[in-house]
Design a binder for this molecule. Sequence first.
Ligand SMILES: NC(=O)c1ccc[n+]([C@@H]2O[C@H](COP(=O)([O-])OP(=O)(O)OC[C@H]3O[C@@H](n4cnc5c(N)ncnc54)[C@H](OP(=O)(O)O)[C@@H]3O)[C@@H](O)[C@H]2O)c1
Length: 403
Amino acid sequence: MSSLQLLLRNSRGAGSWFGRSGAGALSGVLSVARRSIIDLSYSTHFMDFNGSSIPSSMKKLVVTKLSPDFRSAVSVQTVAIPTPADSELLVRNRFVGINASDINYSAGRYDPSLKPPFDAGFEGIGEVVGLGLSASSRYTIGDTVAYFGSGAFAEYTVVPAKVSVPVPAVKPEFLTLLVSGATAYIALKRLGDLAEGETVLVTAAAGGTGQFAVQFAKQAGCHVIGTYSSNEKAGFLKSLGCNRPVNYTTEDLAKTLRKEYPKGINVVYESVGGSVLETAVNSLANKGRLIVIGFISGYQTPSGIPPFKGGTLPVKLLQKSASMRGFFLPHFLSDYTEALSSMIQMFAKGKLVCEVDYGELAPGGKFVGLESIYRAMDYMYAGKNLGKVVVEVAPPSVSNSKL
Ligand SMILES: NC(=O)c1ccc[n+]([C@@H]2O[C@H](COP(=O)([O-])OP(=O)(O)OC[C@H]3O[C@@H](n4cnc5c(N)ncnc54)[C@H](OP(=O)(O)O)[C@@H]3O)[C@@H](O)[C@H]2O)c1
């Protein structure tokens, strides 16, 4: 039996959009210390008030006004701790992940039918401190879980058990894989058609998802060019195996690509949009593939879309038999299980770097506490992050549980 099969066999699994075996892959890396639960109320849910010192109220970030300006869209509110329903978990968040698209969400661009107030944040990792009866068939108090779902920017979040992923420990590295890693893995695998010896351009290469695109392209035997905006990122990119880091604030990217890669670029993993996208299109090789991952340079504008001179795009694509394809992670859920399993194994074997940026070098220091999410967002949009931006919402729980 392969190690993957062993990992999957050990799964308690969460039937979810993560898939059963994806959850199992995470739980199989290390064994999880477990405590039994106690039914305090003889009602339909269990809450570990003694073990986890659950307070009566908590803070969370709520979108109160639609805007791409995160500070004006989102406010901190104090609310009662929610009670999990039958199939739900109450998770005490330890770490939450920052995504470039948090401001698309606060601007109402994901779901136009969603009207404020609504909860912010996409992903978290922490400890189960309460759960409903049917959720208790899979989970118990003290389990550590990661999840990708709305409302993560809170001290406690109610998460459907079926979208929770058991993790062996509350390590922020697991957060880096849920969205950022999975996006790079699946996009390159399904849309990149990478072949050994090809040249791959990754934009925003030192960021949350870019760091994974660089590594997966290198693993496929490609020559990798990575763009970045400040010199401290160059060493990091080299350590990932990036062959040609390009600081696009001091070097002319178009000129560099023309001069050093006259045959063109085979595959582009493009996250910036606007003029960078135009340069990338112009640099494509014959039969080149450009994957549209995002267009962060426009997210803070009212439309969310950076200007792009696309009038001649069909001509450029035709002349090179090139293609341009969009990728949106929720459309590739059937690939998610395999992606997560594979990345977890690579991480466990030391073959995948999951760089986390806690903001130690940010103005104001490390991102600790919910209020620091605002600083974390500013930091990312100032282009300062090296790896995935993560906020430590709460310190490790000191359990005095007698359970
Ligand atoms: N399609 C999907 O399913 C999917 C999923 C996840 C992420 N994404 C996309 O992937 C991209 C990166 O997201 P992430 O969450 O991983 O963020 P990230 O790469 O960790 O951080 C964003 C990086 O983008 C660059 N940047 C920031 N503001 C910019 C601006 N105004 N103009 C140009 N570059 C800017 C900065 O790097 P440098 O300054 O060093 O270039 C910054 O470090 C985004 O476009 C996001 O929407 C897409």
